[in-house]
Design a protein around this ligand. Structure first.
Ligand code: DQA
Length: 151
């Protein structure tokens, strides 16, 4: 029997489809395709499967989290603006057994006050914020280590 390789879901929230031209002084000039390409390359090196979803819709994000249960070993989640107010996204994360790593390109604590609070941080494994594209790559390293550790 061939062992299935561990698989990661990268879930990008609203407006992240505009990366590259969206407030580049805050979010940088990489597009979402660039970021996904870097993640795919690193996932291959780490022996991980990886899938990507971007959505501007809260319901789609919730369904993707619900459907991850039993299919993915970890979610790398940039919930974007939903981070700051979506109790429904928070409850979806709490409802599934899939571990979630919260990521942000920008340092949300250095920005407007309404971004300082994350409603999801209390139900995720950990948060990486402020390293630009590297936030995602660091989350992928974290996911790989967590999976190999077995928790
Ligand atoms: C973000 C930070 C959020 O406050 C914002 O709404 C985003 C992107 C980030 O990656 O820095 O859309 O999650």
């Amino acid at each position: 029997m061939v062992d299935k390789k561990p698989c990661i879901l990268v879930l990008h929230g609203p407006n992240l489809n505009l990366l590259g031209r969206r407030e580049p002084e805050i979010y940088g000039t990489f597009t979402l395709e660039d970021i996904n390409g870097q993640l795919k390359e690193r996932a291959d090196e780490l022996g991980l499967g990886i899938d990507f979803i971007q959505t501007n819709y809260e319901g789609k994000m919730i369904e993707s989290i619900q459907e991850s249960d039993g299919r993915y070993d970890c979610i790398i989640l940039n919930a974007a603006a939903f981070t700051h107010y979506s109790i429904a996204v928070r409850d979806a994360i709490a409802a599934v057994s899939t571990p979630v790593i919260e990521v942000h390109l920008s340092n949300i604590y250095k920005r407007e006050e309404f971004r300082h609070y994350s409603v999801i941080s209390s139900v995720v494994c950990g948060q990486i914020s402020g390293f630009g594209t590297d936030s995602y790559l660091l989350a992928l390293e974290g996911a790989a280590r967590m999976i190999h550790r077995g928790n």
